[in-house]
Design a protein around this ligand. Structure first.
Ligand code: HEM
Ligand code: HEM
Length: 485
């Protein structure tokens, strides 16, 4: 039986459970849509000639579902779970927690209806129409009041570094979302941005890049600083480094947005600022990666048997890889090759499937046995999930890197007369089709792994006796191990 829940009955774990179930459910839906998008890119008739099944409508449905529904609900579940335990207090207000949960799910349902219907603001990751944008702002403020209220009533003075990372998400996403959603409504579903031209593009990518930074990165680093020491039963390698990691990351991230609009009409100095800050981002990112990996020192032997640690090692390694690749892609000469190609899609998914997804799975496998007071039903199934996901990511990302570089090189290839060697767009597309099929196989494996996890977690939650022997479940210490200096 879990020691945590036995000693701390007063935490609001009901809301954590709801966010967790929502994340796994929406994750399955969002990734299924991703698989359908991948199939359509390999074999276009898969859109069945139905308007709401076409790629242009399903793609934003996929991105919104995996970013805001899968990742959003995962972060909220882990945040509600860990912050109550770190601050040794129940959430500030249960009603606010419920409003946050149901409000967020209603927004997701509204997105799932409006996007396939073709209602969109056509700004990436900010497609939702203005009434939904207002709902997002309101629900975010509800969460922020609950979050800061909980900090105010905390029973411990020290704010562990995880809370600082969560705080940066709560504040920054609110500012980004509100500024990027400033529009003049023309009807219930149509609006016009208040910014125009390159200013609009700059604001959009200041938002877009920091949605990656403050939703797909910082909160997950925060929960890494809680769940990795708990899973490994080791103190975080260096607490000082984690503080440096935090301040370095939040200071640098916010300036890097212009790397999305290089070679545009954005003034050169602004583009260069984006490039310089992106390259500097490598330092805190790798500091954080090393801090995560070194926390596992002395626990490497557990890797052979403990699937949770396996997931964490791959997650942190992919964090390191994508935060190396990102700064390289922001250098103008490299971006000239990678921009508009599948290389970007490879980079996105090495971060999304490798870092975000694997961290989510490790966290779910940790939380479900604790929240439902049972042992993990099948360690073997969790290990199978690990291999399906890992091989799936490698297939997906390798295929996209190859496709991207092929595409980039073919577009710029000149013949002996200095004319384009491949003037027809179809020339490149035909080269990419086999790689799109490989991506489809990788993505399908990743989705099947997620379904195996869902089945395993349902069995665990319903209290079915563990299949593979009780001794194999991670033994987590009761409280967070004291950090080293
Ligand atoms: C089964 C797993 C997945 C599959 C098969 C998949 C497939 C796809 C496909 C086919 C695209 C469109 C690519 C294009 O336009 O050329 C895409 C875009 C995208 N996906 Fe996924 N995806 C999966 C999981 C995820 C997850 C878990 C996340 C985030 C947490 C994610 C985030 C994104 C983003 C942000 C884009 C837009 C990228 C860009 O515009 O550069 N995907 N995905
Ligand atoms: C040091 C960290 C990082 C830097 C400097 C960075 C830099 C970049 C660059 C230069 C691009 C291509 C822009 C373009 O040509 O249009 C890009 C795209 C992208 N990156 Fe990163 N990246 C980093 C980390 C990450 C991580 C960890 C993730 C995911 C968890 C991620 C998600 C994305 C997404 C979703 C896009 C596609 C945006 C779009 O065009 O729709 N990045 N990044």
């Amino acid at each position: 039986m879990s020691t945590e829940t036995a000693h701390t009955p007063n935490y609001d774990d009901a809301v954590t459970k709801k966010f967790l179930i929502a994340s796994v459910t929406w994750g399955a839906v969002g990734m299924l849509v991703g698989v359908i998008c991948a199939l359509q890119l390999a074999w276009w008739p898969a859109n069945l000639n139905v308007p709401w099944l076409t790629f242009g409508r399903l793609r934003p449905l996929h991105t919104n579902a995996v970013i805001f529904a899968f990742t959003g609900n995962f972060i909220f579940a882990a945040m509600y779970y860990s912050m109550q335990r770190l601050l040794k207090t129940r959430m500030f207000n249960d009603v606010l927690s419920q409003v946050h949960f149901w409000g967020w799910q209603s927004i997701i349902v509204a997105a799932a209806i409006t996007l396939p219907a073709g209602l969109s603001q056509s700004k990436e990751y900010a497609e939702l129409i203005w009434p939904i944008d207002i709902a997002i702002a309101v629900i975010w403020v509800v969460m922020a009041v609950n979050f800061f209220g909980t900090i105010a009533i905390r029973k411990v003075k020290h704010l562990y570094v995880a809370i600082w990372f969560y705080m940066s998400m709560v504040i920054t996403i609110a500012v980004l979302h509100i500024v990027n959603s400033l529009v003049l409504p023309a009807s219930a579903t149509v609006s016009y941005p208040v910014f125009s031209g390159i200013t609009d593009a700059l604001v959009q990518w200041w938002y877009g890049h920091n949605a990656v930074g403050f939703l797909l990165t910082t909160p997950i680093l925060g929960l890494m600083y809680y769940f990795v020491p708990k899973t490994a039963g080791r103190p975080v390698y260096s607490y000082r480094l984690s503080i440096l990691h935090f301040w370095g990351l939040v200071f640098l991230y916010i300036w890097a947005g212009p790397h999305h609009i290089l070679y545009s009409s954005l003034p050169d100095w602004a583009q260069t600022t984006g490039v310089v800050f992106s390259v500097m981002l490598l330092a805190p990112s790798w500091g954080g990666m090393l801090n995560g990996l070194l926390t596992l020192r002395g626990a490497w032997d557990k890797l052979r048997t403990d699937p949770l640690l396996k997931f964490w090692v791959v997650a942190i390694t992919f964090y390191g890889m994508s935060t190396f690749e990102g700064p390289m892609m922001s250098i103008r000469a490299v971006n000239a090759l990678s921009h508009f190609t599948d290389w970007t899609i490879g980079h996105v998914h090495s971060g999304a499937l490798g870092w975000v997804g694997m961290a989510a799975f490790a966290t779910f496998y940790y939380m479900v046995p604790k929240l439902w007071n049972n042992q993990l039903y099948s360690v073997k199934a969790a290990t199978l999930h690990f291999w399906l996901a890992t091989i799936g990511i490698v297939l997906y990302v390798m295929a996209m890197w190859t496709a991207g570089i092929t595409q980039g090189l073919m577009w710029r290839e000149l013949d002996a007369d200095g004319q384009l060697q491949y003037p027809n767009f179809m020339d490149t597309v035909l080269q990419l089709i086999p790689l799109y099929w490989i991506r489809l196989v990788g993505g399908t494996m990743y989705l099947v792994g997620l379904l195996v996890m869902a089945w395993n977690l349902v069995k665990t939650a319903s209290g079915v006796a563990p299949k593979d022997g009780p001794e194999q479940v991670t033994a987590a210490p009761e409280s967070l191990p004291t950090p080293a200096k």
